[in-house]
Write a protein that binds this ligand. Structure first.
Ligand code: HEC
Ligand code: HEC
Length: 281
């Protein structure tokens, strides 16, 4: 990149002041962070896995920066090696980046990464930015390599806890009513959605996850998958934050989390209220 920049004609341009907040504007912290968390080296690879897998591993673990969100961090800000791509809350954004070992087919994963939608679902939140600004421009060969690598990660078990609190039956009935009135026109009475337009909530991992933040935030904020070559006119979901109370959002998400084979358990209004004020991005 340096060699390339040196071939570009210079222009006069005032430096813009940095907009990074403290402590991220402290450049001296970087060598410190590096000393603690960075091991210099080259991608070693696993020759027995073949060229495509190695290309995918190199892109996912290196250039793709997938760990930045999908791997948990220790107290010193480094990624936790044995939790590699095992899912994590994104610090300060209150989105959950799920484990990348999913059991999905390489074709579904590749389509999700490149088009932003697949038979399995649609990307949202920070992952929509990753697809919009980056992955949709990757070549089919690179997407195929990343997908092939991701299918070989260990698959995390879905939430299995029976977390339906006593007295929840009235709330679940209210949630089912709300679902029928507000959600079923798009996601279907059976939760199967409409392929390519409205994601299946039966297949949604966000719905069944132990960590409920993504499902709650989707209902509060709504959203659009990114516009991509594979999906130029995405269908959107309206925000329900303005029209549903915290208790109503908790009821409808609890209904999802206990329907169609999900075992995510019920939520309370408090789980919703603490996510109401979080900025969308
Ligand atoms: C800026 C944070 C961020 C980065 C960087 C990021 N992701 Fe994500 N990813 C998320 C979030 C949040 C979700 C959950 C929302 C969704 O499903 O779209 C997600 C979801 C996914 C899913 C769907 C998982 C499922 O089971 O539903 C896949 C696959 C995925 N990411 C792959 C990747 C790959 C591959 C990379 C690197 C090229 C990457 N992500 C980089 C934040 C990120
Ligand atoms: C007008 C159609 C429409 C309505 C009504 C609607 N949704 Fe959605 N929903 C969508 C679309 C489109 C997406 C994908 C959005 C994205 O990727 O940003 C989505 C995504 C979701 C997701 C994330 C699924 C995943 O894992 O990809 C959840 C959870 C969800 N909706 C729940 C609900 C609930 C609960 C209601 C009713 C309160 C509702 N939706 C009403 C269209 C709708």
């Amino acid at each position: 990149m340096f060699a390339y920049f040196r071939t570009i004609a210079p222009v006069t341009q005032q430096n813009r002041p940095s907009e990074l907040r403290f402590p991220y504007n402290q450049r001296l912290l970087l060598p410190l962070w590096r000393a603690v968390n960075f091991d210099q080296g080259e991608y070693a690879g696993a020759p027995e896995q073949g060229a495509q897998w190695n290309r995918g591993a190199y892109l996912v673990e290196g250039l793709g920066h997938c760990s930045a969100c999908h791997t948990g961090r220790n107290a010193l800000g480094g990624s936790i090696a044995d939790k590699r791509l095992g899912g994590a809350m994104i610090p300060m954004q209150d989105w959950y980046a799920p484990p990348l070992g999913s059991g999905d087919s390489a074709a579904d994963i590749g389509q999700l990464l490149k088009a932003g939608v697949s038979a399995r679902g649609a990307v949202f939140g920070p992952m929509a930015d990753v697809v919009a600004g980056s992955l949709q421009h990757a070549s089919d060969a690179d997407i195929g390599a990343m997908a092939a690598y991701l299918t070989t990660l260990p698959v995390a078990a879905p939430a299995r806890a029976v977390l339906v609190v006593p007295g929840a039956q009235a709330m679940l009935r209210q949630g089912a009513e709300l679902y029928k009135a507000q959600c079923a026109e798009c996601h279907g009475a059976d939760g199967k959605g409409a392929a390519g337009a409205y994601p299946s909530l039966e297949a949604s991992r966000a719905v069944g996850a132990a960590n409920p933040v993504n499902a709650i935030r989707m209902v509060l904020n709504g959203g659009y998958p990114p516009s991509t070559h594979g999906n130029p006119r995405p269908y959107g979901m309206p925000p329900f934050g303005p029209t549903l109370s915290d208790a109503e959002v908790a009821a409808v998400v609890s209904h999802l989390r206990t329907s169609w084979g999900h075992h995510g358990g019920t939520l309370s209004a408090v789980d919703v209220s603490r996510l109401r004020g979080v900025p969308i991005d």
